[in-house]
Design a binder for this molecule. Sequence first.
Ligand SMILES: C[S@@+](CC[C@H](N)C(=O)[O-])C[C@H]1O[C@@H](n2cnc3c(N)ncnc32)[C@H](O)[C@@H]1O
Length: 245
Amino acid sequence: MVARGADEVPATVVETARSLTARRVRREPMAYILGEREFWGLPFKVSPAVLVPRPDSETLIEAVLSLMPDRARAWRIADLGLGSGCLLLTLLREYPQAHGVGLEASAEALAVAQENAEALGVAGRACLIAGDWRRPGWIESLGGPFDLVVSNPPYVASAALPKLMPEVASFEPQLALDGGAEGFDAYQVLIAAGPRLVTAGGIMAVEVGEGQAPEIARLFVAAGLSPQPPWKDLGGTDRVVAAGN
Ligand SMILES: C[S@@+](CC[C@H](N)C(=O)[O-])C[C@H]1O[C@@H](n2cnc3c(N)ncnc32)[C@H](O)[C@@H]1O
């Protein structure tokens, strides 16, 4: 506008700008409009089939890097509920010798994660598989055990879903958000599987919703794992709980 303010704007450009603006006015998230979102300084392709990667989830990457400072080890990592792949693929970039397995129930989300793995140059170290942790056999399908298991599972209580901001409630996938009656359905399954998934000395680290950390620590203890004090996100909210055996 400053440099070329006198130029006439072509009709097609006006039309494109209007239609993009109309989408945002309907509260569609910017990440879906642009088709991309940055996470940990990396570009991730997103589609309406995947949760938009959140800055809060970078807390999980920080926690893992502090718990596993050896970047040169060939760690085996699993990510339960891949979405865009932002957690697993970022960790594979941070640990260049590591190999990862990712589980995802949505075929569309899995395809996005696979595209991101290729674009980020880690596809050769990432095995991304379709699967559902509500079905028998999912643990065996991963081919563990793992030095590190991470997850940012759906954790919003079902009744709270309609009250979320329209960008989330109307546009982000229900499968990525709905954590059941109290928000803990996925954690109950995943944490109970923890001892079978992690190696001796291994770590399981999960993102948690606001106020959920004490219950998650309790679930870890019930599963026989020892939780550490929670990691806080930049807003000061307890955001990640990690536990070992
Ligand atoms: C909150 S999103 C997190 C996505 C990504 N890890 C992130 O941090 O942005 C949870 C993901 O778990 C997947 N998911 C939900 N229920 C699942 C299930 N029963 N089995 C496997 N994946 C599931 C969803 O499709 C979604 O991609």
